[in-house]
Design a protein around this ligand. Structure first.
Ligand code: MG
Length: 415
């Protein structure tokens, strides 16, 4: 395996230009049902595979002209896939042939009219080639190698099977490599090898290194990339999609919203506790604890942001120790769970639905209470109230309801 150490001076002083041929004319029949379309146009991480592949080369500072070989039926698909992609308007497209080999040949023909001296031939279905890999190959080309094959040593134990379904032998894997792309060459040399193969009607080569070998060109191995996999079957596409989606999710702020709802019955009494504030009244709320519907709803909303169940799971009504308990301990407990799981409480909002007593005179005290229980600033705590226009159980003063919303931002390690 060659280990390039040189610089890219030849590229930078203009004595070599690396053209790119991206082969995208295949039908991709192994990757799903016929109706799904060619795999290079299927989406992973929200983007067509070919858009991602092309973008890698468009952004590579050492690239020369780019030719994409497409199937004649795919013109509209290709245009749609690269719409709005920066630099896509500089790309030449040409139509491929019935085999990969013929498609590459068409791509080489199209590249031959440009100033390219070298070529990287890449499969559209390998969207994870990275610039470090391309730089390694470019350096080896700059050192004068005529043909380069990026490859990874085979790590699986290899077996040769017999036609009877039995293992025939174990194949030593020393010096065995799995071939990747972009396979890269002196343009004139690989073009001539392809011309020769076409003239002799040899069209059974599955990659360009094998044509080069057949034509007697030396092909050097260069270290490939573990990530540079070819998406071949449906499962490859699904796994790539999942990986990219996870990466994207990891880059976004982990903002979560929870809601809660609670009702308690009103019975004759001397006052109600709402948002931790006692308000004298000719009724009281009936319940196991102090029956503070507002704090109960908010407790549920906070627990919901990390999927931690509801207030009944943490404080079963059957447990005598919560009898008459001030509900602030429930809310404090929920806030503690949220924080233990990496959450930062951003905002708490409660709407009380009650015909009486009047909430507005107590609203600021309620917000201060929430602020102190949750340990967040008062502008992040909201209390609102509405009546139920005298209809329903709330309207008949049979109960008070509350709904609550909490927003929590989680950092890494959240449940
Ligand atoms: Mg309750």
């Amino acid at each position: 395996m060659t280990h390039p150490t040189g610089t890219l001076d030849a590229l930078h002083n203009g004595s070599m230009t690396i053209g790119i041929v991206i082969v995208a004319a295949g039908r991709g029949e192994r990757a799903g049902s016929p109706g799904d379309g060619p795999k290079q146009y299927r989406r992973i991480g929200g983007q067509p595979v070919i858009r991602r592949t092309l973008d890698t080369f468009l952004r590579w500072p050492n690239r020369g002209p780019i030719v994409v070989v497409i199937h004649p039926d795919d013109e509209a698909l290709f245009a749609e896939a690269v719409e709005g992609l920066e630099g896509a308007d500089t790309v030449t497209t040409t139509f491929g042939g019935a085999t990969r080999q013929r498609s590459v040949h068409e791509g080489l023909r199209a590249l031959s009219v440009t100033d390219a001296t070298h070529v990287m031939i890449h499969d559209a279905a390998r969207p994870f080639a990275d610039h470090a890999l391309l730089d390694r190959i470019a350096q080896s080309l700059a050192e004068g190698h005529e043909g380069l094959l990026p490859a990874m040593p085979v790590t699986d134990t290899l077996k040769r099977g017999g036609s009877n379904g039995l293992v025939h032998e174990t194949v030593p894997r020393t010096s065995l490599y799995a071939a990747q792309t972009p396979q890269s060459f002196l343009l004139a040399a690989i073009r001539s090898a392809h011309d020769k193969a076409a003239a002799l009607r040899r069209d059974d080569f599955t990659d360009d290194a094998s044509i080069a070998e057949w034509a007697g060109m030396p092909v050097h191995l260069v270290e490939g990339s573990v990530d540079n996999i070819k998406l071949t079957v449906q499962r490859d596409l699904a796994m790539a999609d999942e990986k990219l989606s996870q990466n994207r999710q990891a880059l976004l702020p982990d903002v979560r919203t929870g809601n809660g709802y609670d009702v308690h019955q009103l019975v004759p009494g001397d006052g109600v506790t709402l948002c931790g504030v006692f308000i004298p009244h000719d009724q009281k709320l009936s319940g196991h604890s102090d029956a503070d519907v507002a704090l109960h709803a908010l407790t549920d909303a906070l627990l919901a942001t990390c999927g931690a169940g509801d207030i009944g799971d943490h404080f079963p009504p059957t447990d005598m120790q919560w009898r008459g308990a001030p509900s602030r301990i429930f809310l404090e407990h929920a806030a503690k769970i949220v924080r233990e799981r990496g959450g930062t409480i951003m905002n708490a909002d409660i709407t009380l639905i009650a015909e009486a007593p009047k909430i507005s005179p107590h609203r600021e005290t309620m917000r201060e209470t929430l602020s102190s229980i949750l340990g967040i600033s008062i502008d992040r705590c909201s209390v609102k109230a509405t009546t139920n226009e005298t209809i329903g159980f709330v309207g008949r003063r049979e109960g008070i309801a509350a709904i609550a919303t909490a927003t929590v931002v989680y950092s890494g390690g959240a449940a």
